[in-house]
Design a protein around this ligand. Structure first.
Ligand code: FAD
Length: 384
C-alpha cells in the first residue's frame, strides 16, 4: 500500500513540475500519469444517513407464481414471488400474465397491488386494450418495492435450481429479455428514471470470494442473456483512485426508483388508469370487484392473502446517505454495496451472500448494521 502511495506522490510531483514548466528537471524514471476516471469521493459519514429502510424479498423456491385460477366467478392470474428480481423482471412478467388475463378479451381488468409488479402489469394491460383499476392497500411510494436497491438484478434470489420446473429457465430468459427491451424506453428521459452507471468491485489483498448460500442452490441464469448484458472487466487498480489490490468494473442498469415510480404512476393515470384504496383479507373477497379478470400482484402480501407458505421472506436493509449528484458510479467493497441514486446513496450490507436475511420477516430497523456499512466505506474513502 505504501508503494502505491509513494508512486502516487511521485506522479503528483511530476505533474506539479510540468505545470511549472520544469518537467525537464524531473527524474526521467518517473512514468507519465495514466488517465484515471474522475470519480468524486463518497462522503461516507454516519451523520449523513438520512434514512434507513427495510424490505422483504418475496422468495419462492419454484420461482414466481404466474398461473391462473378460477375464484368463484373471477379469473385470477397470479403475479407474485419475484424474490430479489422484482423490478428487473417486472415487464417480462407483466407480458406473461397479461397474455393470460386477456385470453377472454375482457374490457376491464383489476390489478391488486401497486408495487413494481402491479404497476407494470397494469400499464401492460392498458397497452393490450383494457381499462384498468389498481386496488391496493398501499400505493408505490409506500410499498416494499420503493425500498429496493434499484439495479438490474434479474437472477437475484429468483428461485432454487433444484426446485424450478424444466421450462423455467427459458421462461426466465423470455422475461429478462422483454424487461431489458422495455427498460430501453426509459433511458434518456428527463429526471433519469433509468440510467447506466459503472460499478467498481474492490478487493483487498488476500480477499477470498465468499458465496455463502447455506447449502441452497440459488438459480443463476445470467449466461442465458450474456449477449445483451455487458461483461465485467478486471482493471488495473492504479488506473482508479482506490488503494486496493484488485478492481473489477461492470456497467449496470440502475433504476432511480423515486423518479421511475413517479413516471410509471403518471403513465398509468394518463392512459386512463384508476387507483382505489382496498384491502383484501381472503382471495375470495375479489368477488366484490366489478371486473371479471383480476391480476394478483400482492408480493409478500400473497403469503397471507393466498395462504401461500411457499413464500419465504428475505430481509434486506438499506442505509440512505444524502445524495451526491457528482458521484456517478457504484461500489462494492468489504461486503458492502453502494449505489449512487438521484434520490439517495444506497449503502447496503451484503455480507453472507444470498442467505443474508433468508427466512427473516423482521422489518425493524437495525441502525447498527447501516452504521457499520457506512464505516466500511469510510475506511476505503479515507485511503483515497
Ligand atoms: C433490500 C432489497 C433490495 C432489492 N433490490 C432490488 C433490485 O435492485 N432490483 C430488483 O429487480 N429487485 C430488487 N429487490 C426485489 C424487489 O424489491 C421485489 O421483488 C419487488 O419489490 C416485489 O414487488 P411486488 O410488486 O411484488 O410487491 P410489493 O412492492 O410488496 O407490492 C405489493 C402490493 O400489494 C399490495 N397488497 C399486498 N397485500 C394486499 C392485500 N391483502 N390487500 C390489498 N393490497 C395488498 C401492497 O399494498 C402493495 O401495493 C429488492 C428487494 C429488497 C428487499
Amino acid at each position: 500500500m505504501r508503494g502505491a502511495l509513494d508512486r502516487r506522490r511521485l506522479i503528483q510531483g511530476s505533474a506539479s513540475l510540468a505545470a511549472l514548466g520544469l518537467a525537464g528537471c524531473a527524474a526521467t524514471a518517473v512514468a507519465p500519469p495514466r488517465p484515471k476516471p474522475a470519480l468524486a469521493p463518497i462522503r461516507a459519514d454516519v451523520s449523513r444517513l438520512f434514512d434507513i429502510t427495510v424490505c422483504l424479498r418475496p422468495f419462492r423456491a419454484a420461482g414466481p407464481r404466474l398461473d391462473a385460477e378460477q375464484v368463484g366467478s373471477k379469473l385470477v392470474v397470479h403475479n407474485y414471488g419475484h424474490g430479489g428480481s422484482g423490478w428487473s423482471l417486472s415487464w417480462g412478467s407483466a407480458h406473461v400474465v397479461v397474455a393470460k388475463a386477456m385470453a377472454s378479451s375482457p374490457k376491464e381488468i383489476a390489478v391488486i397491488g401497486c408495487g413494481a409488479l402491479g404497476l407494470t402489469a397494469a400499464i401492460t394491460a392498458q397497452q393490450a386494450g383494457a381499462q384498468v383499476t389498481i386496488y391496493a392497500r398501499e400505493m408505490l411510494p409506500d410499498t416494499r418495492s420503493a425500498r429496493a436497491t434499484g439495479t438490474w438484478s434479474p437472477t437475484s434470489r429468483i428461485a432454487l435450481e433444484s426446485k424450478v420446473a424444466a421450462d423455467f429457465p427459458a421462461l426466465w430468459e423470455e422475461m429478462a429479455r422483454t424487461s431489458w427491451r422495455t427498460y430501453r424506453r426509459y433511458l434518456g428521459l428527463p429526471g433519469n428514471p433509468v440510467e447506466w452507471r459503472d460499478k467498481y468491485s474492490l478487493f483487498d489483498a488476500g480477499h477470498v470470494p465468499s458465496h455463502a448460500s447455506g447449502g441452497l442452490d440459488f438459480a443463476d441464469f445470467t449466461d442465458r442473456i450474456g449477449d445483451i448484458t455487458p461483461a465485467s472487466e478486471d482493471i488495473a487498480p492504479d488506473t482508479t483512485p482506490f488503494l486496493v489490490a484488485s478492481v473489477r468494473r461492470t456497467s449496470l442498469l440502475q433504476f432511480n426508483i423515486a423518479d421511475y415510480a413517479h413516471t410509471l404512476m403518471m403513465d398509468f393515470l394518463s392512459a386512463g388508469g384508476r387507483f382505489a384504496h382496498a384491502e383484501f383479507h381472503t382471495l375470495g373477497e375479489v368477488s366484490r370487484l366489478k371486473e371479471k379478470v383480476v391480476i394478483n400482484c400482492t408480493g409478500y402480501g400473497a403469503r397471507e392473502l393466498c395462504k401461500d407458505e411457499s413464500i419465504v421472506p428475505v430481509r434486506g436493509q438499506i442505509g440512505w446517505l444524502i445524495p451526491q449528484p457528482e458521484v456517478d458510479y457504484g461500489l462494492y467493497y468489504d461486503g458492502v454495496n453502494v449505489v449512487s441514486r438521484r434520490d439517495g446513496i444506497v449503502v447496503q450490507m451484503l455480507e453472507g451472500g444470498d442467505m443474508r436475511g433468508y427466512g427473516d420477516a423482521n422489518e425493524t430497523i437495525d441502525r447498527a448494521e447501516s452504521e457499520e456499512a457506512v464505516r466500511r466505506i469510510a475506511s476505503l474513502t479515507a485511503r483515497i
